[in-house]
Design a protein around this ligand. Structure first.
Ligand code: NAD
Ligand code: ZN
Ligand code: ZN
Length: 340
């Protein structure tokens, strides 16, 4: 079968590899759709930084159909439509036992398409416990919901104490994750959404999806937000940063209110100085990572209900490299999804 594999820094290519045989406890999926996440670009830029063994097949946002089951697998039949919960925790630490594999205490962040073969291939084998049924939801929708949907959903869940009616939530970066964040906020809260991006098309998308305000993420951005939320120690109840560069974290720092929440989701490698005086009193900073399997089921239910819809641009597997080029150039509306 063909697979789009990372083989070294800045190098990912389409290769012929054996079709995987499902091991004990595993299920082989015929991949229906696999989303292209900006994290894959971070991996390509520096695969060694994350300590992931190479080569491996990219693609950690996966939906498809059960193709074969390995020894000992029950509860799945050939043809079942499923999405993949991508994080593979140890399964036995206190966090994993509580269903929070995204906080596993034993295994560093890794998963399907992150150090082990992922979904940018015709087939992928995954442990059966990673699968979540998707019912009648289209695989092209289900795939991006497993990360571009799940990660903002989780970030919103852990900052929800502040997302009350009358609050303001600043969403920085309206790409794959950010455009889902706006919809999830719309569907699950009555907060006022202020979106920031460096691209006019992304700001237009933010307004289409329900952001009340959409501003360029430039040197005046914090001032424009302050005009809306008033002076410190008031401010925005929540800032969700889907970029994570030092300039965006500085915007977050300077607009969040006392007691507010800053969620740093983007992996751009910026830093936010955290100490008394640098942030308002009682502010909380979180580093949300992906989400839990239970939250994935909730996001898929939101998708099924039609309350959130991933804006996707589809590509053939042969065009995967082109999809990542477009992602890097910021030349996509929503998410790029590969249809193997
Ligand atoms: P994306 O490329 O689809 O979207 C990024 C968006 O940010 C684009 O619209 C871009 O124009 C915008 N942007 C860039 N610089 C900006 C700036 N200075 N101010 C405002 N907007 C700016 O990327 P994505 O797939 O949505 O991922 C976003 C980030 O989240 C990446 O760093 C990715 O690695 C990370 N990520 C983290 C997790 C997690 O669990 N924490 C999960 C998935 C992705
Ligand atoms: Zn991702
Ligand atoms: Zn664990």
């Amino acid at each position: 079968m063909r697979a789009f594999r990372v083989t070294g820094p800045h190098t990912a290519t389409l290769e012929d590899v054996p079709t995987p045989e499902p091991l004990a406890g595993e299920v082989r999926l015929r991949v229906g759709a696999a989303g292209a996440c900006h994290s894959d670009l971070h991996i390509l830029d520096d695969p060694n930084a994350l300590g992931m063994p190479m080569p491996f097949t990219l693609g950690h946002e996966i939906a498809g159909w059960v193709d074969a089951t390995g020894p000992g697998v029950t509860g799945f039949s050939v043809g079942d439509a499923v999405a993949v919960y991508g994080i593979i925790g140890c399964g036995t630490c206190a966090s994993c036992l509580a269903g929070r594999d995204n906080e596993c205490r034993r295994v560093p962040p890794s998963g399907v398409g992150l150090g082990r073969d992922g979904g940018m291939a015709e087939f992928v084998s995954v442990p059966a416990r990673q699968l979540v049924p998707i019912g009648s939801l289209d695989v092209t929708q289900a795939a991006p919901l497993t990360d571009a949907g799940l990660t903002p959903y989780h970030a919103i869940t852990i900052t929800s104490r502040n997302l009350v009616p009358g609050s303001t939530c600043v969403v920085i970066g309206v790409g794959g994750l950010g455009h889902m964040a706006i919809q999830i906020l719309r569907a699950t809260t009555a907060t006022r959404i202020v979106a920031l991006d460096t691209r006019h098309e992304a700001l237009a998308l933010a307004r289409d999806l329900g952001a009340e305000h959409a501003f360029l993420s430039d040197a005046d951005a914090a001032g424009r937000i302050r005009d809306l939320v008033g002076p410190a120690p008031g401010g925005a109840e929540v800032v969700l940063d889907f970029v994570g560069s030092t300039p965006t974290l500085e915007i977050a720092r300077s607009v969040v209110m006392a007691g507010g929440d800053v969620g740093i989701v983007g992996l751009a490698g910026g830093t936010l100085p955290v100490s008394f005086g640098m942030l308002p009193m009682e502010a909380r900073v979180s580093i949300p990572f992906w989400g839990t399997k239970a939250e994935l089921a909730e996001v898929l239910a939101l998708g099924q209900s039609g309350r959130i819809t991933a804006h996707v641009e589809t590509f053939r597997l042969a065009d995967a490299a082109g999809a990542y080029d477009r992602l890097r150039r910021g030349d996509l509306r929503g998410r790029a999804v590969i249809i193997p």
